[in-house]
Design a protein around this ligand. Structure first.
Ligand code: SF4
Length: 291
């Protein structure tokens, strides 16, 4: 049993009368030699790590040696200003929280990567709080996200050095969007539409971490990735159609990644890393490491 495209997974769902989470359970049972119980046990552990990392970033001191991250998650969470209500503010804070914990070498769940680890936890914790979904449903939502991740990994790349930040925060936003659509009762087709929207919004996003540290712009890009996930899910659930099928959008991310200059793919030589301020920060960071 092999899935090469998201369309194949949807076809399997329709043929077997299953939803995407159940299809992924079948996939894992057949290909990873795991029982259903083992799969869900693993998912519970992942969810717990995600929740703990959000909590840690919102309650503990998280200041990086470079000074680029300094308890920004708490600043956002406690801010009296709400551009679009408290839900978006809290979701933003949660994504930053995980980014800060990651930058401080705390424990996070890479979903799909460490650099993009803030998006899925922010999406899931926000869905838990705002929509009162059950924890069991969150585990199934993780499975739906994993379907997107599986196909993205096969047909594009999660590596910033290959696909830029589109491959990291872009794919995480697509996984988050799929989870939201699933949790709100969307169809398999709507899940795919949301994936297409999220990836199109991230198309060509470069990987340019300042001083080579997964801090700036990574952490705030995670926050924007959460907004991308919710907006993409919103459009899909309302029936907006993405003209380019999700699988084709994924193929396009691979092509765009290949066409991208190596300077813009995790080299530290382009984009924000190559700005005057970015270079100064890099110099300061090196003077801390090699005084
Ligand atoms: S900028 Fe690069 S290192 Fe940072 S999150 Fe994006 S892909 Fe990862």
């Amino acid at each position: 049993m092999e899935f090469q495209t998201l369309a194949e997974i949807v076809e399997y769902c329709h043929h077997e009368g299953k939803d995407m989470a159940q299809a992924m359970v079948d996939y894992e049972v057949k290909n990873k030699n795991q029982t259903r119980e083992q799969i869900y046990e693993g998912l519970k552990r992942v969810l717990l790590v995600m929740e703990e990392s959000v909590d840690q970033g919102l309650t503990q001191q998280v200041i990086t040696a470079s000074g680029m991250l300094n308890n920004w998650a708490k600043s956002v969470y406690q801010s009296p200003v709400e551009t679009l209500g408290s839900s978006l503010k809290k979701a933003t804070a949660r994504a930053i929280a995980v980014g800060e914990v990651n930058a401080c070498m705390g424990r996070i769940a890479a979903a799909p990567t460490a650099g993009s680890a803030g998006i899925m936890p922010a999406v899931l914790v926000t869905m838990l709080e705002e929509h009162k979904v059950t924890r069991e449903r969150l585990l199934d939502a993780l499975l739906v996200s994993s379907a997107v991740g599986l196909i993205f990994a096969k047909n594009s790349s999660f590596a910033g050095s290959e696909a830029g930040c589109m491959g990291e925060t872009g794919s995480a936003a697509a996984m988050g969007a799929a989870a939201i659509v699933y949790l709100l009762g969307g169809t398999e087709e709507q899940i795919l539409e949301s994936v297409g929207f999220a990836l199109k919004a991230s198309m060509g996003l470069v990987c340019d971490p300042v001083a080579g540290l997964v801090e700036e712009p990574c952490t705030t890009r995670n926050a924007v990735g959460v907004a991308n996930a919710f907006v993409s899910a919103q459009m899909a659930l309302a029936g907006v159609r993405s003209m380019i099928p999700a699988d084709e959008v994924i193929y396009a991310t691979r092509e765009v990644g290949e066409l991208m200059s190596p300077r813009l793919k995790e080299s530290g030589q382009g984009g924000l890393a190559n700005t005057r301020t970015g270079r100064e920060i890099q110099k300061n960071v090196f003077s801390i490491v090699h005084p």
